[in-house]
Design a protein around this ligand. Structure first.
Ligand code: ACO
Length: 324
């Protein structure tokens, strides 16, 4: 049997940092409101780098850490809701940038669950035995989809990218998973609508901006996500005590607090960096993973067990339990 394991993790964020005080100079908000409601203090916002530029930096770091060259990679999957364009995909742009001539490349669209959905997909490609090495990236430039005159959404998000190198191995590392979608609730979180416009159709308005029913999404995260993580742990061979860390999508520090309390799991096991990045959608989990490896909290030597959980637009939610 062939299995996949996470061999390396890397992250990259644009250099420009925008603080809550910076935002209060251009809109009616305050550091006090933003940090007390969300935990966010800063976010990185791109000046001129695109989503594929951020992802390319992550892939270069992964290759250098692993001592590999671009031709050694069999596939590149990018999770994003802010692609440079739908065609070519962000993954194809990155593949071209680095010259990964042996890799196929494609994007996955599952909003803030995107990295988890893409990682689960990549695990199956490796398990097929056809592909030996792949890269999974979460990369976003959400700043381009925000209505900067809407304080209720624009203060929440940031730009960045993170990713992992997956390699084939003989032991099982992806221990359990649960991927979910409820499209009937999808309109509570929308972005980048392209309306019908042909001479043969009724006309529809485009709507590029991200719109969110914050309260509905908050309740969804507390109720459905906590329930789904709990069910996954109960049906897996891993107990809550076996989990070294839980890396949830970084949407709001209060969501982490409430999920931890609801599940009776030590809050210290829930890693967080939303303070520094805001909500970076598909990029939030791999950025957090990479930083945690950098700090020595996560070792990538197969000795720990972690849970990754994304939730957001679609609505989508999904979790993976991974030996890492
Ligand atoms: N600064 C100051 N005041 C503000 C701001 C701001 N930036 N934004 C909103 N307010 C005001 C509102 O106008 C409102 O004022 P009012 O009472 O006079 O009408 C008041 O603050 C309260 O607003 P609420 O929206 O009720 O605030 P709430 O406590 O619900 O917090 C928040 C809002 C932070 C968005 C929260 O609902 C949340 O975190 N939701 C979840 C978001 C999430 O999880 N997203 C994940 C998915 S994202 C993805 O998939 C791309």
């Amino acid at each position: 049997m062939v299995f996949a394991r996470i061999a390396q993790a890397a992250a990259y964020a644009p250099e420009q940092v925008i603080t809550n005080d910076d935002l209060s100079e251009i809109m009616d908000t305050s550091d006090e409101w933003i940090s007390s409601r969300t935990g966010i203090r800063r976010r990185h916002i791109t000046r001129d780098e695109t989503t594929s530029d951020l992802g390319t930096q992550v892939v270069k770091q992964l290759l250098s850490k692993a001592g590999l060259s671009a031709v050694d990679i069999d596939f590149i999957i990018v999770a994003t809701i802010t692609p440079d364009s739908l065609m070519p995909s962000t993954a194809a742009r990155i593949q071209g940038n680095i010259g990964a001539v042996n890799a196929f490349a494609m994007d996955v669209t599952a909003a803030c669950s995107g990295f988890v959905f893409a990682l689960s997909t990549a695990d199956k490609f490796i398990q097929s035995g056809i592909y030996k090495r792949g890269i999974v990236i979460g990369a976003e430039t959400l700043s381009k989809t925000l209505d900067w005159s809407d304080r209720s959404t624009s203060v929440l998000f940031g730009d960045g990218a993170g990713g992992v190198l997956l390699e084939a191995t003989e032991t099982k590392h992806f221990l359990a998973e649960s991927l979910n979608t409820d499209g009937s609730r999808g309109l509570s979180l929308t972005s980048a609508k392209v309306g019908l416009s042909s001479p043969f159709s009724e006309k529809e308005e485009d709507d590029k901006f991200l719109k969110m029913d914050g309260r509905a999404i908050f309740d969804f995260a507390i109720r459905d996500v906590a329930k789904s993580i709990k069910a996954l742990i109960e049906t897996s061979e891993v107990s809550a005590e076996d989990l070294d860390y839980l890396l949830l999508h970084q949407a709001n520090i209060r969501i982490l607090d409430k999920v931890a309390r609801k599940m009776s799991i030590d809050r210290d096991k829930f890693l967080a960096n939303i303070m520094e990045y805001g909500n970076t959608s598909a990029a939030s989990i791999p950025i957090l993973l990479s930083e945690s490896v950098g700090k020595g909290l996560i070792k990538l030597d197969g000795s720990q067990t972690i849970l990754l959980s994304g939730f957001g637009g679609g609505l989508t939610w999904g979790s993976l339990i991974v030996k890492i």
